[in-house]
Design a protein. Structure first.
Length: 493
């Protein structure tokens, strides 16, 4: 625990949904749900307006539609979310060399390591200025938590939502945590929470009073020891700048179970190519290829194959995944497929002998009449759902159902009407609202799905002329600004 609240946790507010509202003037102040839209889709993020209606992340989209039938349901635009995340992470990197991203919209920052704060007053000022900078650059809001540990900083940012800041003064942790639910603590999920409830422990105060020995008896030595420390507000974990990925993977859940073996193989090969694209974008290679298959009865099988050396060759990964598929029985149907690569490295091993062996194997397979030739993979199939959201862009000229070629919420450009976004598609038609970030609410027009003047487009920046923060944070406090008030505090604009 630090003597000053110089660990900052930033959590962007309803990130995907807020980005969509900022990009689409007609959706501001309205219920927006982002996620998989198929029968097996789930909610990735819901706007605060949708949350008031009972919609929350990880909820089946079908259930969300029953609770909020008039909400806007959109397919995620990961290219937009990544670009906004890069802007936010750049601002955080200007505060400190120790930034620990947890996801696109969440990160820890060690303010002390960057000289941005060394006491409560300077930490609060830095947090407020960060929130101002994020809004100026991205047009979105983020909530900030400040404390002497990572656990408490994250709890503080959650308490500050939406669009607020909360600072927990060192020394007030136990008083603050005592009345909170045990589910507030990291690692206490529904099962552990229910187990503790049956033992008469519903608040953090109950855990602290029970003592370490009792918690060890209830949940085991490793978990019980950590749970007791957290109940006392103790957390010594440092902010780690490098969080090295252990694997890269992609997966798709299908609206309808796949029974055609040729179709299943085509999907596996398509996923393998997407996996390698992610691998290369991270400048990595991998040695072990992993196949994941969830069957019709929800049973999940994984198969893996370790290669001769690290590779980022799509052909090698694709063929390895196809070989793994041969050992899996898919007769009853497949609802989810995934391909991943583990054993990551930052180099590739060019093994000419291995490549020659692979080539010979491919030739032998093609000559065998009992093995069907691999079809050319197209970007088709089921919509993403519980396990993943399809991030692969549609290829011009490919044959797709309208819902796949024109996903709801995605950007388009019309030769005459300019930039817009898809409101919906079906029965050979696509409905588009023509509007841009920062502009007025636009008009709605309907076109044939094969209209030659309508094309998919890239997302526009959420802020047209962002404030220049190239010299930020030169004006941030670098030394103590005087004693801050005791206890926890919260402020919202």
């Amino acid at each position: 625990m630090r003597p000053a609240p110089t660990i900052l946790h930033l959590d962007m507010d309803a990130f995907y949904a807020s980005a969509e509202q900022a990009a689409k003037p007609s959706l501001r102040g309205k219920a927006v749900v982002v996620g998989g839209l198929g029968p097996r889709g789930v909610v990735a993020t819901a706007s605060y307006e949708a949350r008031l209606l009972g919609v929350h992340s990880a909820m089946p989209t079908a259930q969300a539609r029953r609770l909020a039938p008039n909400a806007a349901y959109l397919v995620p635009r990961f290219s937009l979310y990544r670009s906004v995340s890069e802007q936010v992470m750049e601002l955080l990197g200007r505060l400190s060399p120790l930034v620990e991203p947890l996801s696109l919209d969440e990160a820890f920052v060690d303010l002390e390591a960057g000289g941005a704060a060394d006491d409560a007053a300077s930490a609060r000022m830095t947090g407020e200025r960060l929130r101002t900078a994020i809004r100026a650059v991205t047009g979105l809001s983020g909530s900030v938590g400040l404390a002497g540990s990572k656990m408490l900083a994250k709890i503080a940012s959650e308490q500050a939502k939406p669009d607020g800041l909360m600072l927990i003064e060192p020394g007030t942790e136990r008083e603050l945590l005592a009345p909170m639910s045990v589910r507030t603590l990291p690692g206490v999920g529904p099962a552990t929470g229910d187990h503790l409830r049956r033992a008469g422990m519903t608040t953090v105060h109950d855990l602290a009073e029970a003592g370490e020995a009792e918690l060890v008896r209830l949940v085991g030595k490793a978990h019980g020891h950590g749970l007791y420390r957290m109940a006392l507000g103790l957390d010594d974990r440092p902010v780690v700048a490098e969080r090295d990925a252990k694997s890269v993977s992609v997966e798709d859940t299908f609206d309808v179970d796949l029974h055609d073996r040729v179709r299943v193989r085509a999907e596996v090969e398509r996923l393998a190519v997407r996996c390698v694209e992610r691998l290369r974008s991270a400048d990595r290679s991998g040695r072990t290829v992993v196949l994941k298959v969830r069957r019709y009865d929800f049973s999940t099988l994984t198969r893996s194959e370790t290669l001769r050396g690290p590779t980022d060759d799509p052909t090698v990964v694709r063929e390895a995944a196809a070989r793994l598929l041969e050992s899996v029985d898919t007769t009853g149907g497949v609802r989810l497929l995934g391909v991943g690569v583990t054993g990551l490295a930052d180099f590739t091993q060019e093994d000419l002998f291995a490549q020659a062996a692979d080539a010979r194997e491919l030739a032998e397979r093609a000559a065998r009449p009992d093995v069907p030739a691999a079809p050319v993979a197209v970007d088709g199939g089921g919509a993403p759902g519980a396990g993943a959201v399809d991030e692969e862009p549609e290829r011009e000229g490919a044959e797709h159902p309208a819902s796949r070629r024109w996903p709801a919420g995605h950007d388009v450009r019309h030769a005459e009407h300019g930039h817009g976004w898809v409101q919906g598609s079906g029965v050979g038609r696509v409905t588009v609202r023509f509007e841009e970030p920062g502009g007025p609410v636009g008009r709605v027009l309907t076109f044939r799905v094969d209209d030659p003047e309508l094309k998919p487009a890239d997302p526009l920046p959420l802020v047209r002329d962002p404030v220049d923060y190239s010299s930020w944070p030169a004006s941030l406090p670098k030394s103590r600004s005087g004693p801050a008030s005791a206890g926890s505090a919260e402020s919202r604009p």
